[in-house]
Design a protein around this ligand. Sequence first.
Ligand SMILES: Nc1ncnc2c1ncn2[C@@H]1O[C@H](COP(=O)(O)OP(=O)(O)O)[C@@H](O)[C@H]1O
Ligand SMILES: [Mg+2]
Length: 281
Amino acid sequence: MTTEPLRYVEPADPGPEIPLLGGDVTEGLVRIDDTVRRPVNDASIRVRGVLDHLASVGFTGAPRFLGVDAVDRDVLTYVPGEVAGRPWPSWVGDEARGLSVARLVRAYDDAAYPLGVPDWAAGARPADPAGCPPPIAGAPTFLAHLDITPENVVFRSGRAAALIDFDLVRPATRVEEVVNLLLWWGAWMPEEDRDPAFRYVDPASRAADLLDAYDLGSADRSRVVEVAHNGADRSWHLMRRNALERGGGWQRMWDAGVGDRILRRGKWLGENAAALNAAIT
Ligand SMILES: Nc1ncnc2c1ncn2[C@@H]1O[C@H](COP(=O)(O)OP(=O)(O)O)[C@@H](O)[C@H]1O
Ligand SMILES: [Mg+2]
């Protein structure tokens, strides 16, 4: 991982650059023919390493890393299929769709697991900002995706086929991965903050079904709610720092009230802890 990344060799007659919209954060993202170009950033080392590992074990539910182009952009394969944009289509709340995401995340986690926490990824976590509660999830076991939003899942024939956008990959545990799954596909937030697509979803019973589809073990299940609560408390501090230090899309999300949403989620998790635990353990 310390060697220079592969140079991407352009085809003789490349097509036009088509801007890719819909993500919150990455500026300058474009599609050219069957490739996606992402400006190299501080996540690139981890993203390339994970994607190369996934390719080496034959995991097909992720883009491939093809190299770096002449203007310093990571070149990934374009994954064909359907991705939710904003506003989310109502199918984002469909149970069968959500369960297929849970199975895909399990397949990704299993494929990523043998890589463990390599040296080139272990140092990815800066010290917590002042006032941030320490993590309770335990020692990281693998490089989790941790950004399983509807915009980051490619569907084909109505089933989740691939994860994209590995910018937030970091050493974590299965429980932390599942907490992220429940946030985006299990409606684990107060009703007032739920997207209309999740209006009729019951967070307790949907969570039980998602964890069954992921096949989470019983010891891990008993930790999900407390890790979710701790994660909400921590993410308020971490998102705030990203907004202050990295600006751009992080600042826009913060200005749009993401911090207050996270505070409300923490409160909701506290109030509903007993019912959620009963449903999933
Ligand atoms: N490899 C890919 N294959 C197919 N579509 C992609 C790919 N990468 C990005 N996209 C599309 O571009 C959008 C934004 O890309 P993403 O990597 O998620 O950026 P952001 O960091 O802004 O969220 C995605 O929601 C998806 O629609
Ligand atoms: Mg994205």
